[in-house]
Design a binder for this molecule. Structure first.
Ligand SMILES: NC(=O)C1=CN([C@@H]2O[C@H](COP(=O)(O)OP(=O)(O)OC[C@H]3O[C@@H](n4cnc5c(N)ncnc54)[C@H](OP(=O)(O)O)[C@@H]3O)[C@@H](O)[C@H]2O)C=CC1
Ligand SMILES: [Mg+2]
Length: 365
């Protein structure tokens, strides 16, 4: 066969395969919670790609090596922070005026989200705006070896949307072959002693290779302008809770979140100057190591274009090192209609970092 003919043949075979796979997906259609056999991540990725075969290709993002001189004998801990965009909010509340409604179809958007997770294979996954925990992420990710926890918002705005899939909330997943769960706390955040609609999950995990323990937390603070003092109070409450959890046990901390706050806001300053000695991992991507990225979310609403840095991965700067971080998408990749889009499922970018423990951390926390 000539080159042209063989290319045509292979394209046809691929198309037939993809449509066969998309018509008969094994894992993606109504994952059965009773069905607990492990899934090969490659097979799930193939299924996702088959469903997505009419979409443009995935954006290429590279890890930036940030290694310090202290090498670690243990494999790094890869952490992903991601506000995945609640399906009900994306379709019913967010008003992403430049995003075609077809780009938001759940059956395809869910595959873009899974593809992103499978592409980077985090050891720990910290998610916000999860409104498909029980029917999608818990059953699929548990078959990929993750143990998950979900804490819904008490009054999720998703519930106002017709045909919603339940409340949205924070979810935390970790790989069971790497960590043992020591302790788990679902925290309803307060602001000046008042209970609020925002939540966090904090878990103490023990690393199976090194027996080192650390605390991992995920949160999603109150959105919108005018709520800066409220967010600040929620941040203080979260810090207080984390102080109680970590200082008692003297263990390092990683906090992932959509803080809904730019670095100029008070809540950011509380975290940066806290006695927990935290640094924000994505600052390390800047030339001087002191500046946050120019954006972690970029969308167009009826009110105009919103480009903000709101998402962070905080870590105990003396006890942990960031070995690498996943670069953000460029403005060209994001495109003129911004996010979400046919290429990318959320208005927030995922942040992914590889951490390792520093030697002799006890005196350094
Ligand atoms: N029934 C009741 O008694 C109560 C009901 N509620 C419900 O909860 C809602 C508020 O909940 P709360 O947790 O405070 O919500 P938030 O103000 O924190 O926002 C909720 C979501 O809206 C998104 N969002 C942010 N800015 C905008 C925007 N300009 N337009 C559209 N969406 C936006 C946020 O996404 P992101 O973080 O990505 O920016 C966030 O996920 C109320 O509207 C009500 O529906 C709340 C309390 C009591
Ligand atoms: Mg949102």
């Amino acid at each position: 066969m000539g080159n042209g003919t063989s290319r045509l043949y292979s394209a046809l075979a691929k198309a037939l395969n993809s449509s066969a796979a998309s018509q008969h997906p094994e894992y993606l259609v109504s994952p059965d919670p009773e069905h607990l056999e492990p899934i090969d991540p490659k097979e799930l990725l193939e299924e996702c790609r088959a469903v997505l075969h009419t979409r443009p290709p995935r954006f290429q993002r590279d890890f930036v090596d940030l290694r310090t001189d202290c090498p670690s004998s243990h494999p790094p801990i890869r952490v992903m922070q991601w506000n995945i965009l609640a399906q009900a909010l994306g379709e019913g509340k967010d008003n992403f005026v430049q995003c075609p409604v077809e780009a938001l179809k759940w059956e395809e958007r869910k595959c873009l989200i899974l593809e992103e997770i499978l592409a980077y294979q985090p050891d720990i996954l910290c998610l916000q705006e999860v409104d498909h925990y029980f029917d999608t992420f818990q059953p699929l990710l548990s078959r990929l070896g993750y143990q998950g926890t979900f804490f819904p918002k008490p009054w999720s705005p998703c519930l106002d949307v017709e045909h919603n899939n339940g409340p949205d909330g924070c979810a935390l997943f970790f790989l069971q072959n790497r960590f043992k769960l020591v302790n788990s706390a679902n925290i309803r955040l307060t602001a000046m002693t008042l209970k609020t609609n925002q939540v966090a999950i904090a878990q103490t995990l023990e690393c199976k290779e090194s027996s080192r323990q650390f605390c991992i937390a995920v949160t999603h603070l109150k959105a919108r302008t005018g709520w800066e003092r409220f967010r600040s109070a929620q941040g203080c409450d979260l810090l207080q809770n984390l102080q109680n959890i970590t200082q008692g046990a003297k263990i390092p901390l990683i906090v992932c979140g959509d803080f809904n706050a730019e670095p100029t806001e008070e809540v950011y300053k509380h975290f940066a100057s806290s006695s927990l000695n935290l640094n924000s991992a994505y600052k390390l991507l800047s030339a001087d190591g002191q500046s946050e990225p120019p954006y972690t979310t970029w969308k167009i609403r009826t009110s105009g274009e919103c480009r903000h840095t709101l998402d962070y991965i905080w870590y105990s700067k003396h006890a942990l090192s960031v070995r690498s971080a996943l670069d953000l998408l460029t403005e060209e990749q994001i495109g003129p209609n911004r996010l979400p889009s046919f290429n990318y499922p959320s208005d927030h970018l995922s942040l992914v970092c590889d951490f390792s423990f520093n030697e002799e951390p006890d005196g350094l926390l």
